[in-house]
Design a protein around this ligand. Structure first.
Ligand SMILES: [Zn+2]
Length: 229
């Protein structure tokens, strides 16, 4: 039996900490400042920003929480979208896709907690329950990739960096699905600790981020080319 990783303790799992850690605190390998990435819904630390703004001021302000295009969504993306460290221009037009990638990440977290962190035993007795959940998640990832590729194609960017990066998302997802399925069918033992799970979720989010950043850069190059031609 293969062993992907091992762990001997499950206790003390702190869900909110795991999620907060998803944005850069959980992986020592990645040291860039990701504190601007959005966290959980209703966790905006900018709700104190309530001063009324004129439309002109509002348009200028990129104070977190004040952007009308980022506002009012399930996840607060304002600080993240307006951080030029990530995006040369704010990817508002990608917001619905990005939101969906976060939902997929949260669903992956549920799968990992249920089947790789603290699975019921013997796990093979629950394989018939686990397998459809794992497959459904994979299909949702594939569907989002297809949707994003359709968008890229509609913009003439199907050969761009953003579109190509979706391959990496699919490969990573395929491996994750294999690991989870091997585990629930007891062909292998893929057990993750809390910190390993946080690291995996971080990887998933970063792979999607490379798609969004790629698309934004592809669009910028396209604009520059059309200007110079
Ligand atoms: Zn915005």
């Amino acid at each position: 039996m293969a062993s992907y990783s091992s762990v001997d303790e499950y206790g003390g799992f702190d869900f909110s900490r795991a999620l907060a850690s998803d944005f850069g605190l959980g992986s020592s390998a990645i040291t860039s400042n990701t504190s601007a990435a959005p966290s959980l819904p209703q966790q905006s630390n900018v709700s104190a920003f309530k001063m009324p703004l004129t439309p002109q001021l509002n348009a200028l302000a990129i104070v977190p929480g004040s952007c009308p295009q980022c506002k009012g969504r399930k996840y607060n993306f304002t600080a993240y979208f307006h951080n030029t460290k990530y995006f040369s221009s704010s990817p508002h037009h990608l917001l619905s896709y990005i939101e969906r990638s976060y939902v997929l990440k949260n669903q992956l977290q549920s799968l990992l907690v249920e089947w790789a962190m603290n699975p019921r035993r013997p796990i093979i007795e629950f394989a018939d329950i686990a397998e459809p959940q794992i497959r459904a998640w994979e299909r949702r990832v594939q569907y989002l990739v297809e949707t994003v590729l359709e968008f890229a194609t509609s913009k003439g960017l199907h050969q761009g960096v953003g579109a190509r990066k979706t391959d990496t998302v699919l490969r990573w997802t395929g491996k994750m699905v294999t690991r989870l399925e091997d585990t629930v069918w007891e062909r292998a033992n893929f057990q993750v600790s809390q910190s390993e799970m946080v690291s995996l979720l971080f990887q998933f989010r970063k792979l999607w981020e490379s798609v969004w950043v790629g698309l934004v850069e592809d669009e910028r190059s396209q604009r520059e080319m059309s200007r110079s031609s």
